[in-house]
Write a protein that binds this ligand. Structure first.
Ligand SMILES: Nc1nc2c(c(=O)[nH]1)N[C@H]1C(S)=C(S)[C@@H](COP(=O)(O)OP(=O)(O)OC[C@H]3O[C@@H](n4cnc5c(=O)[nH]c(N)nc54)[C@H](O)[C@@H]3O)O[C@H]1N2
Ligand SMILES: Nc1nc2c(c(=O)[nH]1)N[C@H]1C(S)=C(S)[C@@H](COP(=O)(O)OP(=O)(O)OC[C@H]3O[C@@H](n4cnc5c(=O)[nH]c(N)nc54)[C@H](O)[C@@H]3O)O[C@H]1N2
Ligand code: SF4
Ligand SMILES: [Mo]
Length: 733
């Protein structure tokens, strides 16, 4: 007889019958892992694996990447273009040509009737960079609407705005290799182990070797906080107060880096004057961190030889998002921690190509970090594209979060959404629904037809996704990496690049401009335009990028000609004194007065509502919701609530509750956990008709990014059977 282990079958890994592995870059988060997709003899994707020689991930993948081959043929993919005359009719399938004709005719009708800017375009951080560049050319050079932006306003806008205010340009100055050199790491509102698992692994490996302290600033006990040396459970939305208080300590105790400040910055006096107001005792009453801890952390940071900060949505998604970024930059500038190994301000990016859109999409300006506001930039691009510079607006138009209210007021009549699902991802779902219903014409271009926003569209364009196409992404550390085509587009889907080119052809103005068909040709154009810019990629090519498993910019033609090989990691910005991107080469120290403008808990709505993500899901679940090994871990909307709060209200673990805000309500399962303090609940935002029914989304004044993480709610015990029925209805795909 066999007992115990012997009884079990020996473990064997199923042979997936891979015939060929194709090199790509993961299409989920901004970590930028190199991935290979295995296809079988019939060309069907059957496996994914990490790429060993790639500096970013060194063979590893997280739980999303490892099942990524399953997304191509997942349920709900778009198959053919869909069309209808009004939102209240059913769709009909159509061929591409008549649908694109209709779309071009509607864009022209709306622009002629109401003005050029009355047709808006909102894109994403999830296309290939060549596609972003082409969409920018189409929008800025052909269609000519100034109301053009991306979902990145929900995501990275505060980081972009903060970098520009401090350093004179966007562009994260650090890299992952900084973890190998730092003596102190501070993570602000960033939950690496869940949201950037492979960056976390790089950080952890570095920390195990050199044991530097990790300080986590997050109102929740996240997985990162669990692994921290010091966890600062900051009062939501008050990071700027903590930063000012830390600077107060540093300056009053003379811990700043005088030499660095003098050689590299302007504005010291104004900053010093402002932070004088934030003595730790007063600051602690606002930010919730006791005064001694503030002093201790400030000293630790300033006395470290090299200190670095990383941050993500806990900072960006706030009414003080841009200020929070500037605050981190201030801290690093006064301690001399920019541009040196282990000393940096590294914004951890969100989507796989949120960086690519910042560099090349022309959303907030013109390609290659050029500005609409600068005459020489407008002239340079107009000349290169072959159009009149007067065709360009002289100022950036509306941000994505201003475009939707402009639909409400009737200023915008038509909208083209590309790879974004605002019905689920924007704050205040009820308002969003009314907004989309007001449109005379809505186009949704997505790889999946079943995205919630499609319900409001007049035209649906089925797009090829990720490795059904070829082109590059830029990751968090400015690394350009390539996605090779693994398979043909699903059904009748077309690549976004082809769709943009097909739309361009239908406008007279496009006759003046070249729209190359091949991604590699588009890349050549971008290379030319990048010469001498901060984001110089002129030394790269698709093949060299694959060969090196990704290359960080800048990598210039000159470097290539001199025979310099692209470094494998460790490439930084602002390493020389006085090389910031303002005219005088100096960075700016900017005072940050704090105004408390959040919706805070009160007697009617006593809980803070916080929202964010889970490791197994990506955003609105268009992909992970259909991958069994991702979806099974959290198939139903739930809420983290502190057990003490739950017991006081008689709420049992794993029962349904109704969460109510001034905007709406949502039914979720209560998950009792000490991750959240007694006066806070946390709801993942991956589910439709859930947390964004509750959110207020006040906007940051500089970046226009919504404060997704701060509003107030109350909780009601609810009828379990009714709730189960409602919950089931809302999650049926
Ligand atoms: N698995 C997975 N990974 C992803 C994504 C995904 O959907 N799923 N999305 C990608 C994208 S686009 C993005 S933008 C990133 C987001 O990555 P993260 O920003 O790391 O993720 P979030 O969960 O949105 O928010 C992080 C933390 O901010 C905290 N927070 C809330 N309010 C405050 C505050 O006032 N101050 C501070 N300091 N912290 C606060 C929350 O408690 C939360 O733990 O993840 C990327 N990676
Ligand atoms: N409450 C709350 N709300 C939030 C957040 C939060 O933390 N809390 N986070 C915000 C953040 S940081 C972000 S980034 C946004 C994300 O918000 P969205 O951008 O709306 O979310 P996604 O689900 O990523 O939508 C991307 C869409 O692109 C499609 N797609 C994927 N690949 C391709 C392709 O190659 N071509 C085309 N045409 N389509 C493709 C996908 O199917 C999907 O429908 O959500 C924001 N909303
Ligand atoms: S860490 Fe991000 S890039 Fe790497 S496999 Fe996971 S989702 Fe993909
Ligand atoms: Mo994001």
């Amino acid at each position: 007889m066999l007992f115990g282990r012997d009884k079990k079958n020996p473990i064997s890994i199923a042979d997936k019958k891979v015939d060929k592995w194709t090199y790509s870059t993961c299409g989920y988060c901004s970590t930028g892992c190199s991935i290979e997709i295995g296809t079988n003899k019939e060309g069907k994707p059957v496996a994914s694996r990490g790429v060993g020689g790639a500096d970013v991930n060194r063979g590893k993948l997280c739980v999303k990447g490892i099942f990524e081959h399953e997304i191509f043929e997942a349920e709900g993919r778009g198959e053919k273009p869909l069309i209808r005359n009004s939102m209240h009719e059913g769709y009909e399938m159509e061929e591409w040509d008549p649908v694109l004709d209709k779309m071009a005719a509607e864009i022209k009708r709306i622009q002629t009737t109401y003005g050029r800017d009355s047709f808006a375009i909102v894109s994403t951080g999830q296309l290939l960079t060549e596609e972003f560049y082409t969409l920018g050319k189409l929008t800025r050079g052909v269609i000519g609407t100034n109301n053009y932006d991306g979902n990145t306003t929900l995501c990275m806008a505060s980081a972009v705005s903060g970098y520009k205010r401090s350093f004179g340009s966007d562009g994260p100055p650090g890299c992952y290799e900084d973890f190998d050199h730092t003596d102190c790491l501070m993570a602000w509102g960033s939950n690496l182990p869940e949201q950037h698992p492979i960056i976390y692994w790089r950080m952890k490996e570095a920390q195990e070797k050199r044991d530097f302290p990790l300080i986590v600033v997050d109102p929740r006990v996240t997985m990162l906080a669990q692994n921290a040396d010091i966890h600062l459970a900051v009062t939501p939305g008050t990071d700027v107060v903590l930063q000012n208080a830390m600077m107060h300590v540093i300056l009053s105790e003379g811990l700043e880096d005088r030499e660095y400040i003098e050689a590299n910055t302007n504005g010291y006096e104004q900053l010093e004057k402002e932070v004088q107001k934030y003595d730790p005792a007063s600051a602690s009453k606002i930010c919730g961190i006791d005064e001694d801890t503030i002093r201790m952390v400030a000293r630790l940071y300033a006395k470290s030889n090299r200190a670095m900060s990383i941050w993500t949505m806990g900072i960006n998604q706030s009414t003080h998002g841009s200020d929070g970024v500037v605050g981190i930059n201030n801290l690093n500038l006064i301690t001399g921690n920019i541009g040196k190994p282990g000393g940096t301000s590294l914004s951890i990016t969100g989507q796989c190509n949120a960086m690519g859109t910042r560099e090349w999409s022309s959303c907030s300006g013109l390609p290659g970090y050029r500005a609409l506001e600068k005459a020489e930039d407008r002239e340079e691009i107009a000349k290169f594209w072959g159009i009149d510079p007067e065709f360009f607006p002289k100022q950036r138009g509306m941000a994505q979060t201003d475009i939707f209210p402009a639909i409400e007021t009737g200023e915008i009549k038509g909208l083209w959404l590309i790879a974004t699902n605002p019905m689920t991802s924007m704050p205040n779902t009820a308002r969003m629904r009314k907004t989309l219903e007001k449109l005379e014409f809505l186009v949704v271009q997505d790889s999946y037809a079943d995205v919630e926003t499609t319900e409001y569209a007049h035209v649906f364009l089925p797009a090829a996704t990720w490795a059904e196409k070829e082109g590059v992404f830029t990751n968090t550390e400015r690394r350009v990496n390539i996605t090779r085509q693994v398979k043909q587009p699903h059904a009748d889907c077309r690549s976004d690049l082809q769709i943009f080119n097909d739309v361009a052809k239908r406008f007279e103005q496009s006759k003046k401009i070249k729209f190359p068909e091949k991604p590699a040709q588009v890349f050549e154009e971008m290379k030319t335009l990048s010469k001498g810019r901060l984001c110089d990629i002129s030394g790269m090519s698709h093949d060299l990028i694959e060969d090196k498993r990704g290359i960080q910019w800048p990598y210039t033609e000159k470097q290539k000609k001199k025979g310099e090989r692209p470094v494998s990691g460790g490439n930084r910005l602002y390493t020389e004194p006085g090389t910031f991107r303002f005219a005088d080469g100096m960075a700016k120290l900017i005072p940050l007065p704090f105004i408390d403008n959040n919706e805070v808990p009160d007697e009617h709505y006593p809980f803070w509502m916080n929202s964010g993500r889970l490791v197994e899901h990506f955003h609105t679940r268009t992909k992970t919701g259909k991958v069994g090994n991702n979806n099974k871990f959290s198939p139903v909307p739930f809420m983290e609530i502190n057990p003490d709060a739950a017991h006081e209200m008689g709420i049992q673990h794993s029962t349904y509750v109704r969460v109510v805000s001034r905007r709406g309500d949502a039914v979720v399962l209560a998950m009792l956990t000490h991750r959240v303090p007694k006066n806070m609940v946390f709801i993942p935002f991956h589910y439709f008709d859930c947390v964004n029914r509750l959110t207020l989304g006040l906007l940051d004044p500089y970046s226009r990014q919504p404060a997704f993480k701060q509003c107030s709610v109350r909780i009601e015990v609810t009828d379990q059977e009714e709730a189960a029925r409602l919950s089931k209805e809302s999650r049926d795909y």
